[in-house]
Design a protein around this ligand. Sequence first.
Ligand SMILES: NC(=O)c1ccc[n+]([C@@H]2O[C@H](COP(=O)([O-])OP(=O)(O)OC[C@H]3O[C@@H](n4cnc5c(N)ncnc54)[C@H](OP(=O)(O)O)[C@@H]3O)[C@@H](O)[C@H]2O)c1
Length: 318
Amino acid sequence: MEVFAMTTMKRIQYHRYGGPEVLRLEDFQPRRPGPGEVLVRVQAAAANPMDWKIRSGELKIMTGRRFPRGLGHDFAGVVAAVGEGVSRLGVGDEVLGGASMKAAGAFAEMVVAEEAAVVPKPPGLSWAEAAAVPIVGITAFQAMVGMSKVRSGQAVFIHGCLGGVGRAAAQLARANGAAVSGSCRDTAAHAARELGIDPVVGFDFDATSLARRFDVVFDTAGTLPIGTAKAMLRPGGRIIDINPTPAKFVRATLPGPFRLLIGKAVTADLDAVAQAAGAGVLRLPIARTVPLDGAIAALTELERHRTPKGGKLVITTG
Ligand SMILES: NC(=O)c1ccc[n+]([C@@H]2O[C@H](COP(=O)([O-])OP(=O)(O)OC[C@H]3O[C@@H](n4cnc5c(N)ncnc54)[C@H](OP(=O)(O)O)[C@@H]3O)[C@@H](O)[C@H]2O)c1
């Protein structure tokens, strides 16, 4: 029997933009994957700040007004069906990937994603570890490797070095031979040092001692004053920000070191970070794992209190 004719599945969805109170765990009918799409039976899915930015309506210019909308992007699971023209993946493949920003819906028993945003899961990774990779891995990769081509002899500063993207960027930059410094909460400095980050400073650091030291300043939090970031650069260095605002879009068009990065689902980049995770070069700790029927409470707590710290919130459905 075709999977689309099966009984309904569960997913976390919402019927209007709003706070975490709009979330519901409800039945839905998985749709047939269209050309270039795959349907995946989700085993684990990971939360990102983007999930609640979309649900709040902050990005509705891109995500539209069609409801109900599913929540969640990052997932790992097993391909259940493929659409026309899909050639790289087949039914039964173990994969990790991301649902598109517009479609979302990974916090579910099944999700449809574009084939280009899905790659094989390295066998050594658990479902939860694999689900943690896509958004933070691809963003960190495109910042450190695609945009900056960091290499031996270079120095990188990461503002927010223990967040998902920051931690991934620190590991990828170090794997490419760069020296990495960064900021984090004072109480977590030991965890940053364990990643080889040195020096480690607090969020409100005094940049005087860090002047003209870095080839790349990567502001994952989007809070570093531009004057501070510029003062930290070596000649020819660049500042990368991943938290867009209208003013930052304008700044990014002007001559100078400032760049705004919006991560894109490039298959080769996702494959590279998946392999880095499989090889243990990229390690993204899991702070908490919850089943789908406990996920709304955990997502609400994460959004309101930014807890748990120290790793990803992963939702398991397998
Ligand atoms: N443009 C893109 O393509 C793209 C892609 C991915 C993510 N993003 C955005 O980038 C941001 C980071 O994403 P993420 O997944 O890494 O989030 P995350 O895992 O929640 O990490 C955020 C980090 O920022 C730290 N932080 C909090 N306040 C700070 C401050 N004042 N100064 C410096 N750091 C501070 C947090 O520390 P504590 O945990 O100690 O509070 C945490 O380590 C989010 O806003 C996300 O939406 C953009």
